[in-house]
Design a protein around this ligand. Structure first.
Ligand SMILES: [Ca+2]
Length: 184
């Protein structure tokens, strides 16, 4: 065996050693994969939930803008009731959102069929990401003040998502409810 052949043999042997994992290397890889899986399983649901919250906030903002645009267009708030502020919940909320979407509705009229709002279905159902109909408060008596669960709000349109638990906060801000504006 000449020197060249010896060198070649050594080279093949060291290459074979490089190609194989040692037990320690394998354990390190397995541990890293385990950590990554752990991190992902925590991070992904968190990201999904914060995405849902952002979607709800965006829809609340769109609803408030749509009600204000309705007032601009028709010179009145979307409700026949002008003696006290109006709270649109459940079927009333559906009627309001249907009218704001340009659909005909008996409770709230939109005779010009203006599309103030996008995203509601043909029944006016525009549920929050957890499947609950939004709650909308309108200052129909034009006092520039509304009361929401004994909190005074100095704005004309206010909208609420009941959040992941699908229940209204006992005290606004004590639970997971999402509001169109931050309540103090
Ligand atoms: Ca809630």
């Amino acid at each position: 065996m000449n020197m060249h052949q010896q060198n070649r043999k050594r080279g093949i042997a060291s290459k074979a050693r490089e190609g194989a994992f040692t037990l320690v290397e394998l354990l390190v890889v397995v541990t890293i994969i385990g950590l990554l899986v752990g991190l992902i399983s925590v991070a992904v649901p968190k990201a999904i939930e914060s995405g849902m919250k952002a979607k709800a906030k965006g829809e609340l903002t769109a609803i408030v803008s749509a009600v204000k645009a309705y007032k601009q267009e028709y010179g009145r708030w979307p409700s026949a009731n002008t003696t006290s502020d109006k709270s649109f919940e459940g079927d009333d909320s559906k009627s309001l959102l249907a009218a704001l979407s340009g659909m005909s509705n008996t409770l709230v009229e939109n005779p010009k069929s203006v599309r103030f709002l996008e995203g509601a279905d043909t029944d006016g159902k525009m549920k929050d990401p957890w499947g609950t109909q939004y709650l909308i408060l309108v200052d129909t008596d034009d006092s520039n003040s509304m009361t929401y669960k004994s909190k005074t709000i100095g704005i004309s349109v206010f909208a609420v998502s009941f959040g992941k638990d699908q229940k209204q906060d006992a005290n606004p801000g004590s639970g997971d409810d999402i509001f169109s504006i931050d309540l103090k």
